[in-house]
Structure formats: structure tokens, C-alpha cells
Design a protein around this ligand. Structure first.
Ligand code: BMP
Length: 223
């Protein structure tokens, strides 16, 4: 399974319905800050409890000193499998402490290596070699790399082989097509609005999965 649905702006009931309907169909769910602030951490526990086998990712885009990132992570850790942090804060006194803390809970760390919006070229992409050093030192379970710039995904895959999972947002609302990131080497595509804002979100998710299969069939000869 290659699809992670990003939940940023759904109401509680919509989110409950969608995650239940998609539970058997997708790889997991990524829950963003707007959703958590609107619906609360306790509600995330409820969602997770109804679909516990899937990969639940807390996307709080952590970028702070280790102590504070650990405090924030501790408020969601029991309801998720993985936590996303920015790579640019560096290892010592920051990501090293977060990683150790998550390890102690048997949770995964995902580090942003670059982002999907145009401005990421202004700063993030220029720092890519430094961020890659962070990934080498830290050995996180996964990284986020942009579906909108497949060359970054390819470079990430070339640099780390199969040692990290690559999760790629930027599909649909931000312009990339389903399957493009997978063809560039990503393990998962993160899709939000294309699904959550569709008239029929479940049908839209099915369509994304179909397009992913079709693209993979063409680029990798998959059946
Ligand atoms: P959408 O498919 O609606 O554009 O949502 C993309 C999701 O991925 C959002 O939750 C956003 O926070 C996240 N994301 C992103 O768009 N670009 C990045 O570089 C990193 C992200 O986590």
C-alpha cells in the first residue's frame, strides 16, 4: 500500500467516516496541526483506535530544541506510529534527543529533507547536502521529499538506498500526479485535498490508487 491520506481540515465526524471507510484501502493517515488544534489529541486517539493497524503520522513539523520537541511528541505519541520533524534544526541537542525519545517508545521519526512548495528551492534545496548529513547521522525511519520535484526524491533514494522510507506530498492540489513520486523512488504518496475536498472522498482515494497502479505499471513494468 502506497497512499497516506493527509487530514488537515476535516471536521470530527467527516474524519471518523473517512478513516473508517479507507482503513483497509490505504497505508495510513497523516494528521496535521490544523486538525489537531480543532479536534484535540483525545479525538486522534479515538480515530487511531478505530483503525489501529495502519501507519498514523503526527505532522506537527517539529523544529525546536530537543526538550520541547519531546514534550510536544509526548502529547500525541500514544495515538500515532510516527512523528515528523524538520531536518534543518540539526542533530545535537535537537533531533538526537527526539529520536532517542521516540525509539524508547518504539515510535518512528520522519525527517523533512525538502518541501513541496516553490519556496523550498529558496532555502531547503540549497541546504540539501547538510540535511542529508543529518539523515546519515540520525538514521530516521523515514524522510519527507517533494512529489513536486521528483529529482529530489531520486537524489534521496540514490543517497540512502532502501535505508529510509520516502514519503512524498505535493500530489493533486500542489500539482504532481498520483504515481509520479512513486516512479521517482518514493515509498508512499501523501495526498490531502485531492481526497478530503472531493465530493466523494472514498471514490477519489480509489481513483488515486488506480492512477498510482497505472503509473507504476508504466514506469516500472508492475502489473
Ligand atoms: P495537499 O495534498 O492537500 O496539498 O496536502 C499535503 C499535505 O502534506 C499537507 O498536510 C502538508 O502539511 C503536507 N506537506 C506538504 O504539503 N509539503 C511538504 O513539503 C511537507 C508536508 O508535510
Amino acid at each position: 500500500l502506497t497512499l497516506i491520506v493527509a487530514i488537515d481540515s476535516l471536521g470530527a465526524e467527516e474524519a471518523k467516516g473517512l478513516t473508517r471507510s479507507l482503513c483497509t484501502r490505504v497505508a495510513g493517515f497523516k494528521v496535521g496541526l490544523p486538525f489537531l488544534l480543532a479536534n484535540g489529541v483525545q479525538f486522534l486517539k479515538e480515530l487511531h483506535g478505530a483503525c489501529p493497524e495502519k501507519l498514523w503520522v503526527a505532522d506537527l513539523k517539529l523544529a525546536d530544541i530537543g526538550h520541547v520537541m519531546k514534550l510536544v511528541a509526548s502529547s500525541v505519541a500514544s495515538s500515532v506510529d510516527a512523528v515528523i520533524a524538520h531536518g534543518f534544526v540539526g542533530v545535537r541537542g535537537a533531533l538526537d534527543e527526539l529520536k532517542e525519545y521516540l525509539n524508547s517508545l518504539d515510535k518512528k521519526l520522519i525527517v523533512v529533507v525538502s518541501m513541496s512548495h516553490p519556496g523550498a528551492e529558496e532555502v531547503y534545496d540549497k541546504a540539501l547536502p547538510n540535511i542529508f548529513d543529518v539523515v546519515v547521522k540520525l538514521k530516521p525511519w523515514g524522510v519527507v521529499a517533494p512529489a513536486t520535484r521528483p529529482a529530489i526524491i531520486q537524489e534521496t533514494r540514490r543517497s540512502f538506498g532502501q535505508d529510509v522510507k520516502i514519503l512524498s506530498p505535493g500530489i493533486g492540489a500542489q500539482g504532481a500526479r498520483p504515481g509520479e513520486a512513486l516512479c521517482a523512488g518514493a515509498d508512499y504518496e501523501i495526498v490531502g485535498r485531492l481526497i478530503t475536498r472531493a465530493e466523494n472522498p472514498v471514490a477519489s482515494a480509489e481513483e488515486v490508487l488506480r492512477e498510482q497502479r497505472e503509473m507504476l505499471r508504466r514506469c516500472k513494468g508492475w502489473r
